[in-house]
Write a protein that binds this ligand. Structure first.
Ligand code: ADP
Length: 852
């Protein structure tokens, strides 16, 4: 090493202690400096020093500098590398530190540590001296051989690398130009070696030793590279492979590589698919399309996105029940029994369903209307649909249409779209696997409309018996015969069903249930079902009818029975816990017996209570079977009652009346409140009212103003002009719900009459009816639901328009018996019935006197 011999490092060197990485002579390293001693070294030697000498430092590997400068120096690695600091970069973030770029010059060994602070300085001896080796003749031959061997490996390694990279080409040149003795250090720092290995090379002061130790590292690297190239090879061929697939197939080449096998497997799948298509019973048109598609598929490389798309399409086509159907087993008598067994009440609905089925039995290919059950939620519409499927022995599939606003939901997306798929009808057919299921189109009244087209229009085609034998889903793009499918629709209201759709359907109203019907439904169907679901038996739990009535009146207020069902479920869950706990504790002594002596009296008087799980003293004990659910137990399980009979309380002031409203969720009672104040004759209406309701309010005011004298109604200042210096505010509570419709007219009149006369409306009276300007009462809809709602709320007298009298026939006799109906044809009759003692045309002497 001619250059090496010229290097004379100072005999005293400041020491930079490093922990990460090992600097070998001839290589360059970047190191971060942040410990106090090292920082000090950089500051005072490198940054302040001006001579070249001052940039030479000793780098001691494998020795971490203490984090504080008060700490003692750790024992230093004996051998280090004298290095030239080429670059210093300082930074304050995230904490003050320097980054040093250092180039290794030669090895040195520490002879003596001269000082430790502010940074260590040592007296050193330079180890790499060329003369030393050339003088040792004995080892020279051996070394020559070693270095030759080493050189060969080094060249082999470098040639395995990509010569087009400039750094590699440079390295190749260096191999020839550098003295051989420098190579071990340089190559060790280039190839993949651990710090430990680098340290060993650093410590190998004798050149021979260094060569010997480096050769295995080189061999290892060469082997590693060979392995890497082997695994990479197939990848390099990837592009070629894709191209190769087609020629291979065409010439029926016998494959022998694994990739070819995979390919062949896929090919087999395609052949199978083709076989399935040919043997399936699809229509001629569909078969033609499928065969064309499979031809395309065969020619298509698998990597094409269209390959998967076409394959999915063909698989769906094969799966569709083109010709597969279940056999109808229709027997009207059995159907009647099944319907009766599954559902209590709903006579009208069951009758119509049986008629429908009977006609089907007589004339098989019925192109009848689509049945549409319309009624509040939870009255059993879906469940009747399911029963129909059961009676016919058909598959049942429910298609929820609520919120569907894209016609491709019904009719599918064209296959050109990414992620395209068939519509719900075709999907349903694929799910049930037969072409004659019962499809329940749930919530047709909640179809939306959007830019993506009108789903109702798509449904028209599905439901029209004249068209649906060739229904074309956009995804399938061939016609599918839907004429065997039995469609049944459900809705909460007909108001929002698009008229064209409504025209295709036969509406069957399913009104809400009376309390008695609900009790029967609960005891015949809901309770047994809940018990079964919770693994309970009637020997473990008993729910008497009064309790059911309590749940119905105080915990639910609905037309159907869904909430009731949920509450019964909650009770069953609570009891299941008790029963399970009881089974667990059966072996424990019965505390009730011990307590009986002390608390005997209470036990006798509250006999029923001790049995129920409401008795907190008993909660921890195995409850006696069956657990009786009484009102106390109800309160424990369901919490305090949600609905109380609050009607009479709210009617304790003038200016409040009860109306009856119809909503898609069934009938509701509705309070109307009015108040008056000084003002300029304005009418304020609140409670989210629709336009029709606002008109009713204006009509009511006008009628009252024109009849004020007759009824002796005056405003606060005694004037018959009710709006003179007076503002009126009418409020319809439950402000979050939009209300509209003409049927509140009579209620508004009554409410205002009460306000201006100062008299209370009877607390048990409810009313409904449209009014005219001349004071006539016109008929309104939804009488049955409204009457049921009034009955649920515990009201006794109901004022309805005379022309609605015929609607009362639909109402069960027992309900009619509970109520008094007042038929009104004009507002006089309404007012007379709404106030105790009538609302006769009477002068209110006292008040008038005081004003005079
Ligand atoms: P809808 O479709 O009208 O909203 P569902 O058919 O889902 O209501 O009925 C809710 C639950 O009430 C179901 O468990 C159903 O069995 C039960 N149910 C409703 N009406 C009756 C009835 N008349 N007899 C027996 N169970 C009923």
């Amino acid at each position: 090493m001619a250059a090496g011999s010229a290097i004379q490092i100072p005999s005293r060197l400041p020491l930079l202690l490093t922990h990460e990485g090992v600097l070998l002579p001839g290589s360059t390293m970047r190191t971060s400096v942040d410990s106090p001693r090292n920082m000090q070294l950089v500051r005072s030697r490198l940054l302040k020093g001006t001579s070249l000498r001052s940039t030479i430092i000793g780098v001691i590997p494998n020795t971490s500098d203490p984090t504080s400068d008060c700490d003692d120096l750790p024992s230093l690695h004996r051998i280090g590398t004298a290095a030239l600091a080429v670059q210093v970069v300082g930074s304050n973030w995230p904490k003050p530190h320097y980054t040093l770029l250092v180039t290794g010059l030669c090895r040195f060994q520490i002879l003596q540590l001269l000082k430790e602070k502010p940074y260590p300085v040592a007296e050193v001896e330079q180890l790499d001296r060329l003369e030393q080796f050339t003088n040792q003749h004995k080892s020279e031959e051996e070394l020559g051989e070693l270095s030759e061997q080493f050189y060969k490996y080094a060249v082999q390694l470098v040639e395995m690398l990509d010569m087009s990279v400039p750094a590699v080409a440079k390295l190749r040149r260096l191999l020839d130009n550098l003295p051989r003795e420098a190579l071990p250090d340089i190559l060790t720092s280039i190839i993949r070696t651990s710090n430990q290995e680098k340290l060993q090379i650093l410590d190998a002061v004798r050149l021979e030793e260094r060569f010997k130790m480096t050769i295995p590292l080189l061999v290892r690297q060469i082997e590693g590279l060979k392995l890497l190239q082997k695994t990479r090879k197939p990848k390099q061929d990837d592009d070629k492979r894709v191209v190769a697939i087609r020629p291979n197939r065409r010439i029926n080449h016998i494959p022998n590589t694994t990739e070819d096998e995979e390919e062949e497997e896929d090919h087999d799948d395609v052949v199978m698919l083709e076989k399935k298509i040919r043997t399936s019973s699809m229509s001629e048109q569909a078969l033609k399309v499928c065969l064309k598609e499979i031809k395309r598929l065969k020619k298509m490389p698998q990597s094409m996105p269209e390959y998967a798309l076409t394959r999915n399409y063909l698989e769906l086509m094969v799966e569709l029940p083109w010709n597969k159907s279940t056999k109808d087993r229709l027997e009207i008598r059995a159907a009647r029994i099944l319907l009766d067994n599954d559902h209590y009440a709903m006579e009208k609905l069951k009758k119509r369903v049986l008629e429908y089925l009977a006609v089907r039995q007589l004339k098989n290919n019925l192109k009848g209307p689509i049945l549409c059950f319309v009624g509040p939620p939870g009255v059993g519409k879906t469940s009747v649909g399911r029963s129909i499927a059961k009676t016919l022995g058909r598959e049942f599939h429910r298609i929820a249409l609520g919120g569907v606003c894209d016609q491709s939901d019904i009719r599918g997306h064209r296959r050109t779209y990414v992620g395209s798929m068939p519509g719900r009808i075709i999907n349903g057919l694929k799910t049930v696997g037969v072409n004659n299921p019962v499809f329940l189109l749930d919530e047709v009244d909640k179809l939306g409309k959007s830019l993506q087209g009108d789903p109702a229009a798509a449904l028209l085609e599905v439901l029209d018996p004249e068209q649906n034998h060739s229904f074309t889903d956009h995804y399938l793009n061939v016609a599918f015969d839907l004429s065997q499918v039995l469609f049944i629709a459900t809705a909460n209201t007909t108001a929002t069903i698009p008229p064209a759709l409504l025209d295709r359907m036969e509406i069957i109203q399913v009104p809400g249930y009376t309390q008695e019907e609900k009790i029967e439904i609960a005891h015949r169907h809901l309770i047994p079902k809940q018990l079964e679901q919770h693994g309970l038996t009637p020997q473990q739990i008993q729910i008497p009818q009064v309790t059911t009535l309590d749940i119905i009146t105080r915990y639910t207020r609905e037309a159907g029975v869904r909430s009731l069902d949920r509450k019964l479920g909650a009770i069953c869950r609570a009891v299941a816990v008790k029963v399970a706990e009881g089974q667990h504790k059966e072996t424990k002594p019965d505390r009730a017996e011990v307590g009986e002596g002390e608390d005997c009296k209470e036990h006798v008087t509250e006999d029923a209570k001790t049995e129920s799980i409401s008795d907190t003293a008993d909660l921890a004990l195995p409850p006696e079977m069956p657990i009786l659910i009484d009102f106390h137990a109800l309160k424990d399980i369901l919490g305090p009652p949600m609905y109380e009979m609050e009607v009479s309380e709210r009617l304790s002031q003038p200016g409040v009346a009860i109306g009856l409203a119809w909503t898609p969720l069934g009938g509701e009672i509705m309070f109307v409140e009015a108040s008056r104040m000084d003002g300029e004759g304005q009418l304020t209406l609140t409670g989210q009212l629709g336009d029709v309701m606002k008109e009713s309010a204006h009509l009511a005011i006008s009628w009252l103003r024109s009849n004020a004298k007759r009824y002796q109604l005056t405003n606060a200042s005694g004037s018959f002009d009710l709006l003179d210096n007076t503002d009126i505010h009418l409020h319809f509570p439950a402000g979050a719900v939009t209300k509209d419709g003409p049927s509140a007219g009579v209620t508004i009149v009554t409410c205002l009459a009460s306000l201006f006369s100062g008299r209370l409306v009877c607390s048990d009276v409810a009313m409904t009816g449209e009014i005219t300007l001349r004071g006539l009462v016109l008929p309104v809809g939804g009488i049955k639901d409204k009457v049921l709602a009034a009955h649920r709320a515990g009201l006794k007298r109901i004022i309805i328009p005379r022309r609605n009298e015929k609607d009362l026939e639909e109402i069960a006799v027992n309900i009619r018996q509970d109520l008094t109906f007042v038929m009104a044809s004009c507002l006089d009759e309404v007012l007379n019935a709404a106030f105790d003692g009538g609302f006769a045309v009477k002068p209110r002497v006292e008040r008038l006197n005081s004003k005079l």
